[in-house]
Design a protein around this ligand. Structure first.
Ligand SMILES: [Zn+2]
Length: 389
């Protein structure tokens, strides 16, 4: 008797503490289930939620479910869900009656809800796709330190900031060309799951208006991005060999962004950057040199189309994919910034040649890979105008 009382008290407490969970579960349980299983009053229900730090079996055992019931629940789920692949970001919610009988179990994984209910001596499982709600948002601001900090402060999610940097990666180097007072705007669409967590996002329109860069605009159209003239933002060359997204994921703490500086002591560009900073191919090409070369230290040379070559010197490490003879795609990792060879500190020595003659890469004319006109161009321009000034 004492044991029963204690249990009841615990149920009460659990129900009280888990008010939010109770609300969640009442949404979760079908009306059919509600009339069939749910007794009246919150004190008769114990609801518990959690994530999978180990197995489903361990979680259910911790919830007090007996051996044979755990076995039957697992058997029921097994055909629909790979129980070995549950991860800490997957969650469950379980409810019991006052007598300790399992009323329902819900396992959430990959936007699916695996819903387990007692059914004629065993358990049945129904699978439901989480409903994704589509929304849109926009934000704008002025740079006071870095792009990352300015956009974060305005509430732009990290994934959208990286997409934004990718969209302009052929025309703007957000690591060296950002100046205080530059203005930016972005509109994006996103989907969120029932818990409100964003599960997808895509930039709809954007601009960057900077003293170094001029005004750059973009709007999504047919899987690509175009400016208000209808020109595709894609180009043969990335604006810089140090790629914003790669660097952001390399320096995992997004608040830390290395301050990069450009120097021009010779017929190339030196990017001063922390040792280890990932270096990307500026264009599709073939590796024609990969290895140590005197004062250059570890060096990679790429041959691109139309007589262009790009070289990357003083690397601390050359990527596996950048061995001689390999093909690389624009943006591929080819190595990491270092100080190998004749170098006074970590920096990337970057040069571009056309038919053997050094080029001023920063002054190279940006060439769009294509354009659209007519209605497409008009709708792109309208999406950009909708951002405001
Ligand atoms: Zn140099």
């Amino acid at each position: 008797m004492g044991f029963l009382k204690e249990r009841t008290a615990r149920f009460y407490l659990a129900a009280g503490l888990c008010a939010a969970a109770v609300v969640a579960v009442s949404v979760l349980i079908h009306t059919r289930a509600a009339t069939r299983f749910l007794p009246e009053g919150p004190e008769v229900l114990r609801v518990s939620t959690g994530t999978f730090t180990s197995s489903l079996d361990a979680a259910l055992k911790a919830e007090g479910l007996g051996d044979s019931e755990r076995y039957r629940v697992s058997q029921a789920l097994r055909g629909k869900l790979d129980l070995r692949r549950l991860r800490p970001q997957d969650s469950y919610s379980v409810s019991f009656s006052t007598s300790g009988a399992l009323l329902s179990l819900s396992v959430k994984r990959d936007l699916r809800d695996y819903y387990v209910l007692p059914s004629s001596g065993g358990y049945s499982v129904s699978v439901r796709q989480a409903e994704i709600k589509s929304s849109s948002a926009k934000a704008s601001g002025e740079i006071t330190s870095s792009l990352w900090e300015s956009m974060s402060a305005a509430g732009v999610p990290p994934a959208v900031i990286l997409d934004y940097a990718d969209i302009f990666s052929w025309s703007v180097d957000f690591l060296t060309e950002v100046r205080d007072g530059d203005r930016w705007a972005v509109a994006w669409n996103y989907g969120s799951d029932p818990s409100g967590r964003a599960v997808s996002q895509s930039v709809a329109a954007a601009y960057y208006d900077g003293t170094e860069t001029g005004r750059k605009t973009a709007a999504a159209y047919a899987g690509g991005y175009y400016d208000e003239q209808g020109d595709s933002l894609r180009s043969m060359f990335l604006r810089a060999p140090l790629h914003y997204r790669r660097i952001s994921s390399y320096f995992t703490n997004h608040r830390f962004h290395p301050v990069l500086k450009i120097f021009r002591p010779h017929q190339g560009i030196d990017y001063a950057a922390p040792a280890g900073t990932p270096v990307s191919a500026v264009a599709d090409g073939t590796v024609i040199y990969s290895g140590w070369k005197g004062a250059n230290g570890r060096l990679v040379i790429l041959r691109h189309g139309s007589g262009y070559e790009s070289t990357y010197g003083h690397l601390s490490r050359i990527a596996k994919g950048a061995r001689k003879g390999r093909r690389v795609a624009q943006g591929d990792l080819i190595g990491n910034v270092g100080s190998s060879g004749l170098s006074s500190g970590p920096h990337l020595d970057f040069r571009v040649k056309l038919n053997g003659t050094p080029l001023n890469f920063l002054k190279m004319k940006y060439r769009s890979s294509g354009s659209v006109s007519g209605n497409a161009k008009a709708s792109i321009a309208a999406a950009i105008r909708a951002l405001g000034e």
